[in-house]
Structures are given as structure tokens and as C-alpha cells.
Design a protein around this ligand. Structure first.
Ligand SMILES: *Cc1c(COP(=O)(O)O)cnc(C)c1O
Length: 376
């Protein structure tokens, strides 16, 4: 019997992909960002369901690309998060598309070419301060790379640091990027894909997406901008089980640190999930809740590595019962945003923190039919 698992609705993910494609319009393709185990949703299942329906998959690194390769069924895979010299040979051999940040990096790929030109995307830093050639150097570097006989720039990309926080900066950055793209097209990169927009930018500025958008979070049904949430369908429910239900007298301590002492007699359930599963330890003492018996039950005391305790006074609860950490039960709901806010972090962090001890189960619309994920 599973102690903690997520249930992922693949129909919701396909529907979000279709919604984002409609928002992007016919001239913009979609790169589905499935890095970090598809934001905790299970990369194998998500890639299986989107293969052939999106133009490209985006992952962070070579290991993630290798993992999804058998599921991508020929859909190209782009490595978004930089590469190490020791990875270059394998990347070329597999035909993964690296993002390069310098002439030297592009030239290194050429060394592994087996005759055909190695496809790379040129990353331009227009304000993120993370990867890429500086915007002011982009033309010079691109000219040098286009002279290399064994490398071909098939994409021009950049990244937005405040797409969900500062619309004024983002709009100006998008304009600067597109001015540069016109110049890059003029020096020969006429057919390169042009991409800069993550979920927030695609939702807020769909008309300036270039020719390829890179949504991650929105694919999973969570909008980085609350005003667009009604257009998306949440795909993930995170559950655990009740291990034990006991009656506490007044004055007993609950969990490490004895931060919580029962103020009165209480019935308390111990649940089979903890911070080692990705349930944030920062939720300790923050009035976070779980759903048991259709009720919001307060988490008491600190989150421990493998277990948490919840107040089930007046609630029907028995060992083996399901408890919902994220998602709905009856008429109650806990959103990932609610947890992220209480934990003092962002929704991306909560999703990607859901760990390997947590099983991934897939359904396809039909709530009753679950299929277990590939064992990792
Ligand atoms: C993670 C990532 C994305 C996706 O961002 P979301 O905000 O989840 O849509 C897009 N582009 C790059 C380069 C990324 O690293």
C-alpha cells in the first residue's frame, strides 16, 4: 500500500497544452518544459502524453534528456540549463539540442560532429544574468559561429527574470530582444526559431512570443499570474495516509521541539509523509492544513522527516485513510499556491520538491482508472 503518491490527470495536461497553443496562435510553436521530473508530475507520463503534440521538449540537463528520450518518440529535446564539456559528445551523439552561451562552446560541439552540422540554440542574455552571450556581443558572436562549418544555429533564445513580477521591465526586455532578433536574421539566421517566453510571459504578452514559447508551470495547470488561473486545469493531487489516530490529554507535546503543547484534550492523526518526501519543513507552525474526512485539519508541531501530525478532533479518521496535501477532497481544496505562500516560497519550488519516495499515478480524465508510472 502506498504511503504517499501524486495522482496526475494527463487529460488536464493535454488540455493545458492545447489552451497555451491557442493563446500562442498559429505562428508560435510550443516547447513543453518538462525539467525536474515534469515539475514533480512524473516526466515519463507527461512526455508520453505530449509527444507529437508539441514541437519540442525542454529539460535542464543531459541526464533528464536521457530519461525522457524513449518517451519523446522523435520530438526534439532542448537542454535549457547549460552543459558541461564532458557532456558534449553524448549530446551530439543523441541529437539533443544544446543552448550555447559563447563562441568557444559552439566550437567545442563542432569537434564531435559526424559530418552533419550540430544544431545549437544561441542563448542571449537580455537581462536574466544567468546564461547566454551579452546582448551587446550577440551579433559578433553569432557571426563567428555562422562561419563554423560543422555547427548551425537553429534557435535564438533568451530568458525573462521578472515575467510575473514587473510587466514594464518585461515589455521593454521583449522589445530589446526582438530588435536584436531582426539584426540576427539579417546576418543569416533567417530560419532560426525565436524563443523567450515562459508561462507568465506567454499568458501576458502572447503577441510577442517569437516563434516558439517555453511554458512549464502553466502546462501543469498552475498560472504564475492569478488572473489567468481560470483558463487552466490543475493536474496534480498529492496524497498520503493516516498511520495512527490517538487521543492526547491536555498538556502533551507534539513533535520535535515541543513547539505545540495540546491546550485541551485532542484527537491527533500521524500521517505518512514528511520533509524527506518534499513536504516543506518550513510549513512547521504556519497553520498549514491537510484534508481528512473532507475537513481541513491543522498540522500540529513541526514537520518531521517522515511524518506529520494533524488535528482530527471531531473528524472521522482511521489508519489507512487518505489525506490530501494538495488538491481537493469533498468540497474542500488546498492549492499549491496556498502551501507555497505559507512556506515562504514559490509554487515551482513545492512542485519540484515532491521527491522520489512519492509514487506517480496517472489517470486520463476518468477519475477511477489509474496507471502506475514507470518505476524510476
Ligand atoms: C524553467 C524554464 C522555463 C519554464 O518556466 P515557467 O515559468 O515554469 O513557465 C522556460 N525557460 C527556461 C529557460 C527555463 O529554465
Amino acid at each position: 500500500m502506498l504511503r504517499s503518491w501524486v495522482e496526475v490527470d494527463l487529460a488536464a495536461i493535454r488540455s493545458n497544452a492545447a489552451t497555451l497553443a491557442a493563446i500562442a496562435g498559429p505562428s508560435v510553436k510550443i516547447m513543453a518544459v518538462v525539467k525536474a521530473n515534469a515539475y514533480g508530475h512524473g516526466a515519463a507520463g507527461v512526455v508520453d502524453t505530449l509527444a507529437g503534440k508539441v514541437a519540442m521538449f525542454g529539460v535542464a540537463n543531459l541526464a533528464e534528456a536521457e530519461e525522457i528520450f524513449p518517451h519523446a518518440r522523435g520530438t526534439p529535446i532542448c537542454l535549457l540549463s547549460g552543459t558541461l564539456p564532458a557532456e558534449h559528445a553524448a549530446i551530439v551523439e543523441r541529437g539533443f539540442i544544446p543552448v550555447v552561451s559563447s563562441f568557444e562552446e559552439a566550437a567545442q560541439y563542432a569537434a564531435y560532429s559526424a559530418g552533419t552540422r550540430v544544431k545549437v540554440h544561441l542563448s542571449v542574455d537580455t537581462g536574466m544574468g544567468r546564461l547566454g552571450v551579452w546582448q551587446d556581443d550577440a551579433i559578433t558572436v553569432a557571426r563567428k559561429i555562422t562561419v563554423l562549418p560543422r555547427v548551425q544555429i537553429t534557435g535564438i533564445g533568451s530568458h525573462l527574470p521578472v515575467a510575473d513580477e514587473d510587466a514594464v521591465f518585461t515589455r521593454a526586455q521583449l522589445t530589446r530582444f526582438h530588435v536584436l532578433v531582426v539584426q540576427l536574421r539579417d546576418i543569416g539566421l533567417r530560419d532560426a526559431l525565436v524563443h523567450i517566453e515562459n508561462s507568465a510571459a506567454l499568458l501576458a504578452f502572447p503577441k510577442v512570443a517569437g516563434t516558439l514559447a517555453r511554458p512549464g508551470l502553466a502546462l501543469y495547470g498552475e498560472s504564475p499570474l492569478p488572473e489567468f488561473q481560470p483558463r487552466l486545469t490543475r493536474a496534480l493531487t498529492w496524497k498520503t495516509r493516516v498511520l495512527l489516530v490517538r487521543d492526547f490529554e491536555q498538556g502533551r507535546g507534539v513533535s520535535y521541539g515541543r513547539d505545540f503543547i495540546t491546550p485541551a484534550p485532542m484527537r491527533i492523526a500521524t500521517l505518512a509523509v514528511g520533509y524527506a518526501d518534499g513536504y516543506p519543513r518550513h510549513l512547521s507552525g504556519k497553520n498549514a492544513v491537510v484534508l481528512i474526512g473532507g475537513k481541513r485539519c491543522a498540522i500540529l508541531g513541526r514537520v518531521t522527516m517522515d511524518q506529520i501530525m494533524a488535528d482530527v478532533t471531531g473528524v472521522t479518521a482511521a489508519p489507512g485513510d487518505e489525506a490530501v496535501l494538495i488538491g481537493t477532497q469533498g468540497t474542500e481544496a488546498i492549492t499549491v499556491r496556498e502551501l507555497a505562500t505559507l512556506a515562504g516560497t514559490i509554487v515551482w519550488d513545492i512542485f519540484t520538491g515532491i521527491g522520489p519516495r512519492v509514487a506517480r499515478l496517472y489517470r486520463d480524465g476518468d477519475a477511477s482508472a489509474f496507471k502506475k508510472s514507470d518505476p524510476a
